[in-house]
Design a protein around this ligand. Structure first.
Ligand SMILES: [Fe+2]
Length: 270
């Protein structure tokens, strides 16, 4: 056979080989159709605000296959860092579960809860404000607020963070707390003394900065305070790495991961 004439190969295919080849084409077609459907789903999901439009697949974090997201107006925001970038304070394993499973579940459950309701056309912060304290809307509220809180938490962290705040923020911190160290200590105390699941926050409260804590899904924004930074103290945020030693996780976050620049941006003094 002339190897320069590949068409000759076809004349040697058996009926079995032809059937297998046909099946292969069919499988490729199925795969291509599935990929197109996935792309359409991703496109439909990525219709949320700009900060969350770049919906990252959690598989990019965990490397593991994940179930398709629930299609809806809200989507999981892309993480602002690589999955191992916060190691060793927060391991890639913890991040994979926290972001890829827990945060993702809040987004999926929110999309389910708002389907066919007026909330489906509302901005996330408007949903939180409208459902705060409304007993029969707790599923919408809890998932909406947890989605907001987690999106804010990821941006409150950065690799090689901690250290000293930008100068303008430092002045504000010194005015309100006496020193940056005093602010750090208040954050540590708030984060370690919150009973059960919750959050520790640096906020702007009127003309001063303050540290507050909230339980479960609550946000200081519901009380008119402006969030500047947050630390998640739900057990899922640290238990794989620290077990019951919440204080070690919090100290690591404050010392090595806090994104002071994000707080300065939120305060408008960057
Ligand atoms: Fe969390």
């Amino acid at each position: 056979m002339d190897k320069n004439k590949p068409d000759d190969t076809h004349s040697h295919l058996t009926r079995r080989e032809l059937l297998l080849a046909t099946a292969g084409v069919a499988a490729l077609h199925t795969a291509a159709t599935a990929s197109a459907a996935d792309a359409a789903t991703a496109s439909a999901t990525a219709t949320t605000p700009p900060s969350t439009a770049a919906a990252a697949s959690p598989s990019a974090v965990t490397g593991a296959p994940v179930a398709p997201a629930v299609v809806g107006p809200f989507s999981l925001p892309a993480l602002p860092f690589a999955d191992a970038a916060l190691d060793p304070v927060i391991s890639a394993n913890t991040l994979g579960f926290h972001y890829g499973k827990h945060h993702r579940a809040y987004v999926d459950n929110l999309n389910k809860a708002v389907a066919g309701t007026p909330y489906a056309d509302m901005a996330l912060d408007k949903i939180i404000a409208a459902t705060y304290g409304v007993a029969d809307k707790s599923a919408v509220y809890n998932n909406a607020s947890q989605h907001w809180n987690h999106s804010f938490y990821w941006r409150s962290l950065r690799p090689q963070g901690g250290g000293e705040p930008p100068a303008a923020l430092r002045l504000k911190l010194e005015t309100s707390f006496g020193s940056v160290d005093a602010c750090r200590k208040e954050l540590l105390t708030a984060a370690t003394t919150e009973f059960g699941s919750g959050w520790a926050w640096l906020v702007q409260d009127g003309g001063r900065l303050a540290v507050v804590k909230t339980g479960n899904a609550d946000s200081p924004a519901s009380k008119g305070q402006r969030p500047l930074l947050t630390i998640d103290v739900w057990e899922h945020a640290y238990y794989l790495d620290y077990q019951n030693k919440r204080a070690d996780y919090v100290a690591g976050v404050i010392g090595k991961l806090l994104n002071w620049g994000f707080a300065a941006d939120n305060l408008g003094v960057a």
